[in-house]
Design a protein around this ligand. Sequence first.
Ligand SMILES: NC(=O)c1ccc[n+]([C@@H]2O[C@H](COP(=O)([O-])OP(=O)(O)OC[C@H]3O[C@@H](n4cnc5c(N)ncnc54)[C@H](OP(=O)(O)O)[C@@H]3O)[C@@H](O)[C@H]2O)c1
Length: 269
Amino acid sequence: MAGGSGTMQQYRMALVTGATSGIGTAFAEALPPETGLLLTGRDRAALDALAATLAAEGRTVETHVADLAVETDRVELLAWAEALGVDLLINNAGLGVFGPVIGNALDREMEMVAVNVTAVVHLTRALLPGMTARAHADGGRAGLIIVSSVVAFTPMPMLATYAATKTFELSFGEALADEMKDAPVDVLVLCPGATRTKFFDRAGMPKAPGYSEMPEPVARKALRALGRKRVLVSQPPARTALLLATARRRVMVAGAGFVMRRIAGREGE
Ligand SMILES: NC(=O)c1ccc[n+]([C@@H]2O[C@H](COP(=O)([O-])OP(=O)(O)OC[C@H]3O[C@@H](n4cnc5c(N)ncnc54)[C@H](OP(=O)(O)O)[C@@H]3O)[C@@H](O)[C@H]2O)c1
């Protein structure tokens, strides 16, 4: 990990998924002007408007429209990201669908899995080797943020599939962080609590939870935590409630990593 120097790691080029709204827009806005941006989402007008506000002399700000549920769109996006030499990947795009599984439309359930799970694995697996090689070559570090949720910690009736996709992201990110612990790559799973974005409306929830954070502090806290933590529960009440669970998971992941490396005959790694 980058360690506690107190300063945020500087990245050359960040890919932010779901940059058209909410926490993704906040991530794009929170990155310093020294970091170039590849912003993606499906809303062309929102991407263009955001890119215009973030453009600066000497800064690369690219936009690419992609539906992350569609494999060919992901492949095209990956070609752009690789060409730009992305060294910070923020897997933020996601959606929820509120209601009982058997009441929800099948295509929406599948879209959730495609965007929240398949696209995260696809983008991460495809970009990490290049990100790692470039970090090795220039003596720097790469960064990976996966936006999960506090709902990752418990099954959630009425958001069953959504919560399960967020549990996947948490588990995937924690295990990946352990696998990459000696590589020049920092991995952070961000678990926001309720955050004031379009998420609840889009998920078809009749009302949003009472206490919610604004997306800007959530994104800023995540960027500061990258390289210092592996899991960040952003919302103070949820963080306190989940302190024991996150600490216990950290021990479990380390133990599981030790056992699995022995099975693989790679004890020293
Ligand atoms: N808000 C909360 O309370 C909360 C809490 C915990 C975790 N989260 C997580 O935070 C992340 C961001 O959500 P948000 O709260 O900022 O919600 P949001 O305002 O609804 O933003 C969601 C973003 O995801 C993108 N997206 C959705 N489906 C997509 C698709 N098929 N292809 C490409 N992009 C797609 C949207 O872009 P387009 O519309 O342009 O396609 C949009 O930019 C999600 O992963 C969510 O699960 C949110």
